[in-house]
Design a protein around this ligand. Structure first.
Ligand SMILES: NC(=O)c1ccc[n+]([C@@H]2O[C@H](COP(=O)([O-])OP(=O)(O)OC[C@H]3O[C@@H](n4cnc5c(N)ncnc54)[C@H](OP(=O)(O)O)[C@@H]3O)[C@@H](O)[C@H]2O)c1
Length: 253
């Protein structure tokens, strides 16, 4: 029996080329859970990271325990100039890569009055310019069928704190719809707009519990809520250009 299973596995490795997913910022937090979810679904994982090498290696081991392959790709998204090189490296490893999840992001407070060009450009490059060019480069490959952008419920409001972050995410929100139109019918492009899911460094779950009292659903969200939205967007092939608000109703208040 054991040899039959082993033989079947070897045959499938030879004859069935598994598909893969590229997840940016996949070493930690929401990105890590997306990697593990997609690995459990049978995707090989192209895990992008920037500074979190140790965490990326740990996630890679966890992904491999799901029976799929995982390769790590280090790249600083504040410099989008070599994104085509990054994407071609991914396709060299995984020629059948089909999903791109633009998850990496920088969330820094900035005020209109004193933000510098350097700070503004840094936020914009990581949160918008890089997802834009990753999508552009990714879409050139025949196997590409889906792009998911992780946005933010903040795009539903006019909020002047985190000024540059908010503008970069507004851009990503509109881009999601424009790209869905541009890249149809081959590629579906959708977004997820999370509310409070994980606390920032230095804050704990009690901070989110307090904040949840203002939400229509009066409870704290979790990464599994984001994953369920991802699962839905992946499975429903009649949906494109949608941005799902996974925020306990925060966009309504
Ligand atoms: N957490 C929430 O509650 C929440 C709420 C609303 C929206 N979101 C959105 O959901 C997504 C994931 O949230 P998160 O809190 O898990 O994200 P996060 O921890 O703030 O950041 C995710 C990853 O982005 C990567 N990153 C940052 N700067 C980079 C750079 N210059 N080059 C390449 N990668 C860079 C980092 O990779 P390294 O660690 O490898 O450097 C980091 O691990 C983000 O798009 C965020 O805007 C999250």
């Amino acid at each position: 029996m054991y040899y039959c299973i082993l033989f079947a596995k070897i045959l499938s490795e030879i004859f069935i080329m598994r598909t893969a997913a590229l997840i940016t910022g996949g070493a930690k937090r929401i990105g890590k859970e997306i990697c593990i979810f997609l690995a459990k679904k049978g995707f090989d994982i192209a895990l992008h990271y920037n500074s979190s090498e140790q965490e990326a290696k740990k996630v890679s081991r966890e992904v491999k325990r799901c029976g799929v392959d995982c390769k790590l790709f280090k790249y600083d998204l504040s410099n989008p100039n070599k994104i085509s090189v990054l994407v071609s490296k991914v396709f060299k490893q995984f020629p059948q890569c089909s999903i791109l999840v633009n998850n990496a992001s920088v969330f820094k407070d900035s005020l209109f009055n004193n933000i510098t060009i350097k700070e503004f450009e840094n936020d914009f490059r990581i949160n918008f310019t890089s997802p834009f060019f990753l999508t552009q480069q990714f879409s050139k490959y025949e196997s590409c069928s889906m792009v998911i952008n992780i946005i933010d419920t903040r795009v539903s409001k006019i909020n002047t704190s985190y000024f540059a972050y908010n503008i970069s995410k507004y851009s990503l929100y509109k881009f999601t719809k424009m790209a869905a139109k541009q890249l149809a019918p081959q590629i579906r492009v959708n977004g997820i707009c999370p509310g409070d899911i994980l606390p920032l460094a230095g804050l704990d779950q009690s901070y989110l519990s307090k904040r949840s009292k203002r939400l229509p659903v009066k409870k704290v969200g979790s990464v599994s809520n984001v994953i369920k939205a991802l699962d839905y967007l992946m499975s429903n092939d009649f949906v494109t250009g949608q941005c799902l608000f996974v925020d306990g109703g925060e966009h309504l208040i």
